[in-house]
Write a protein that binds this ligand. Structure first.
Ligand code: MCN
Length: 789
């Protein structure tokens, strides 16, 4: 059901390059094995590192005996926290004020708090020797009780994960107006409520995390090649963690095989690799096993929510109250506190004009790995709560769910929500209508009735999602309480031959930036697409940067490249005026050509001007030679993509099996730089969202042991599990950035879960089914429903 056909860039006119569905230029290397991943790096004299991890979720460490491991041939060193002078703490949640701060040492000293916590490091000549030696480290544990669910952790008698965090509370946070919301509930004709769990998920990047570090003692330069989504941030944070000067630290991300958020955070492991390289003055490599990624990659979601909605008889939403306990895991990960707060509470108005909203969130420490951003980060949780409640509310007031949505949609933009953010632009009816058309909605409802008469359970689920992305606006982030601004930098450099290199502080790891950034720059400069090379992911090459997450790269990084390109055009125009002996005001610029107004034959191409800028003796007075420009771009607002996703399912009440017959996705991400890449991002995102609805979920036993610790136990959806999708789009350009783009990288994941859950609830005519909707759960719900229970 794929709609967009890709085209060869050679077949596209230069003037049409922006917006064309050209093939991704990065794919040949990725598909043929020519890509360079971190684990492909081989350096002379390189040695290998492994990490001894806690087998228990919560325990005191009585003793670590490394003697047998150290005695093995080929083992260079085994070190524990006691062996390093300043063990260093990881950054903990620097995006929220008023946190219960707890230390997160890079090696556990006397206590471990999750299965997988790092205890000791082995450095050896060969990888397999390092792994064998790790097994021979003997740890004496004194086990403590473990908690894995936020509701359990917040109970009175729960074991304390940190002695300093009373009641396992990391923070209490709220947003909205409690009194106004209470008043709305007092006036309501109907109140509906649901208990909603958004289960913990394990990110599954194809490439596990890995790092290779090399240190030069003569000049104190340390280079870390690692699986990073944000090398500059990693450099800044790591320089603090291992106490190495930032300007002598290079962080470089080679090709990175996916991240989905899990490669933004600063983990212990990469810092330990850097420390090991400094201790031994030899290059050191560490690559996580798949088991390690399951145990230690920051997990996502993990919300227990009670939500209530106040309604009028005629179907207006009057108020919305949400109370959430969020699982933060054993320590605060880099961005963790921001995820269930600013990225969640601010999105609870959904696509609706809701006059009163109040949301309170308690962040809880538990004995699971740190929980942090995972594709969508806070926004899928918000959209899930809103759209599940909307489905429930429509039923309560006896309205069709599509019409209930339409009645409550925001119609005027910009729209100030009751939860701090202001939506930039939108047209929610348009995506709804497009989706209803594609579904042939009325006919579908008739078919549903007819099927029911034959004992078949067909259901339709809608998800009118909204998200906030293009993560930047420093000022807004500050107003919301974040301690750091967010912007992006881009450098565009003409070479003397007229070719161009564009550098951006984002760091793509599967999103196709090499292609889309080249499209943006070629369009602005009017040069050939093939003449633009894109560089990302290296702190030694790129001025500064914030990285790739929060679907920010196109909106913020792309805009920085636009600004830099525009600066180049301005300078080039003055050089052209000088060379063409005209006033700069009389020079016109079109498709790369500067010409004198009214005299099109008096013209110079921008590439020729680049040559002049470097080689000519005759430049305008007071002008510096060279043709390059850097910009730091910080927009005024987030961008707010939106759309309508719909699932049509048939449920077998005898087996609990769900068949997704159709999946329709209509998305509005503003202007599209490359419609094929946009469609691919939607496909991948929806696959992950369906994965959450039907299959995925991290499960722990009572001791805090991960039960779903491998791909055999944790179902990552395969192609056969995902229906063919019908995609379409509308276009409401964002007024916030010069490209008019909104992000797309997380949209599908944010939209999909509740479309599928709503469809199954609709099919069985039940109010609630938990995710993942495995057969047994569905069967139980179906039986309860048909038993009249
Ligand atoms: N794009 C476009 N037109 C738009 C918006 C975006 O053509 N209106 C293009 C962009 O130029 C870019 C791609 O679509 O090539 C995604 O852009 P954007 O929405 O800006 O998102 P980012 O590039 O910042 O990527 C981050 C986003 C996130 S947050 C997660 S999580 C995620 C995702 O991207 N992880 C991914 N997509 C992923 N795709 C792959 N293959 N691997 C991951 O780990």
């Amino acid at each position: 059901g794929s709609g967009v056909q890709s085209v060869d860039p050679d077949d596209v006119d230069a003037a049409d390059i922006l917006g064309s569905a050209i093939e991704r230029r990065e794919d040949p290397a990725l598909l043929t094995g020519d890509a360079e991943y971190t684990d492909d790096i081989e350096l002379p004299g390189m040695v290998h590192m492994t990490i001894k991890r806690s087998r228990h979720a919560h325990a005191r460490i009585e003793n670590i005996d490394t003697s047998e491991a150290e005695a093995m041939d080929g083992v260079i060193e085994v070190f524990t926290a006691a062996d390093i002078e300043a063990p260093g703490n990881l950054p903990t949640g620097w995006l929220l004020d008023s946190l219960e701060q707890v230390d997160h040492p890079i090696l556990a000293e006397d206590r471990v708090r999750y299965q997988g916590d790092a205890l000791a490091v082995v450095v050896a000549e060969e990888r397999y020797i390092a792994h064998d030696a790790t097994d021979r480290i003997d740890v004496d544990y004194d086990r403590l009780g473990a908690v894995t669910e936020p509701s359990e952790a917040l109970a009175d008698d729960a074991p304390a994960v940190h002695d300093d965090a009373s009641g396992n509370v990391a923070f209490d946070w709220d947003i909205g107006d409690a009194e106004k919301t209470d008043a709305a509930f007092d006036d309501a004709d109907h109140v509906v409520d649901l208990d909603l769990e958004n289960q913990l998920l394990i990110p599954n990047a194809m490439e596990p995390r890995a790092a290779v570090a090399e240190y030069n003692p003569s000049n104190d330069e340390l280079a870390v090649h690692m699986t990073s989504q944000n090398p500059h941030l990693h450099r800044l944070l790591m320089s603090g963690v291992i106490d190495h000067p930032e300007h002598k630290l290079q962080v470089r991300a080679p090709d990175v095989g996916g991240g989905f958020g899990s490669k933004i955070h600063h983990y212990a492991d990469e810092a330990l690799v850097a420390l090991a390289a400094k201790r031994h003055e030899r290059p050191v490599k560490w690559t996580a096993t798949r088991t390690e990624t399951y145990l230690t990659d920051a997990q996502g979601r993990g919300h227990d929510t009670h939500a209530e909605m106040a309604l009028s008889d005629d179907g207006d939403i009057l108020g919305f109250r949400v109370d959430t306990a969020a699982n933060l895991g054993a320590y605060l990960s880099t961005f963790a506190p921001a995820v269930p707060t600013y990225l969640y509470g601010t999105l609870l108005s959904g696509q609706y004009d809701i006059p009163a909203i109040y949301c309170s969130v308690t962040g809880a420490f538990t004995n699971v790995p740190p929980v942090d951003a995972y594709r969508g980060a806070g926004r899928p949780e918000a959209s899930f709560v809103v759209e599940r409640m909307i489905h429930r509310a429509a039923k309560e007031v006896g309205m069709d769910p599509a019409e209930f949505r339409r009645r409550n949609f925001v119609e005027e933009f910009p729209y100030q929500t009751q939860v701090a953010v202001e939506y930039d632009s939108g047209d929610y009816e348009k995506t709804l209508d497009r989706a209803l058309d594609l579904l042939d909605y009325d006919e579908l409802r008739e078919r549903q009735e007819a099927a029911r008469a034959e004992g078949k359970y067909v259901g339709v689920g809608l998800s009118a999602y909204i998200e906030a992305c293009g993560l930047a606006p420093s000022e807004l982030a500050g107003e919301l309480g974040a301690q750091a601004g967010l912007w992006e930098s881009g450098l565009v450099r003409f070479h003397p031959s007229g070719k161009v290199t564009a550098y951006c502080g984002t760091s793509g790891h599967g999103q196709g930036h090499d292609t889309t950034y080249a499209q943006i720059v070629a369009n602005e400069l009017g040069v050939d697409y093939e003449d633009v090379e894109v560089v990302e992911g290296d702190t030694d090459e790129i001025p500064q940067g914030m990285g790739t997450y929060g679907s920010r790269s196109a909106a913020v990084g792309g805009s920085a490249l636009v600004k830099s390109s525009q600066k180049l055009v301005e300078k080039a125009k003055r050089i052209a005026a000088h060379q063409l002996e005209a006033a700069p005001e009389d020079i016109e610029f079109e498709n790369g050509d500067f010409h004198v107004a009214g005299a099109p034959d008096r013209s110079m191409h921008i590439a020729e001007i680049a040559t002049q800028a470097y080689l000519a003796h005759d430049m305008p007075d007071d002008m510096e030679p060279g043709l390059e420009a850097t910009s730091f771009y910080d927009p005024d607002n987030f961008v707010f993509p939106f759309g309508l996703h719909a699932a049509v399912v048939e449920v077998d009440p005898d087996t609990g099996e769900i068949d997704i017959e159709r999946y329709v996705a209509v998305d509005d991400v503003g202007n599209q730089i490359n419609p094929k890449i946009v469609e691919g991002q939607i496909h991948g995102g929806v696959a992950q969202g369906i994965g959450q609805a039907l299959y995925e979920g991290a499960e722990y036993d009572d001791n805090g042991q991960l039960v779903t610790g491998s791909m055999q136990d944790y179902t990552v959806p395969k192609a056969e599990h995902i229906p063919s999708m019908e995609t379409d789009s509308t276009c409401t350009p964002s007024p916030v950035n010069p490209l008019g783009v909104k992000g797309v990288g997380e949209a599908g994941t944010i939209a999909a879960p509740q479309a599928v859950v709503n469809a199954v609830c609709d099919a069985l005519d039940v109010d609630q089914i938990g995710m993942p909707m495995k057969a047994e759960r569905v069967w139980r719900a179906a039986n309860a429903a048909t038993d009249g229970g």
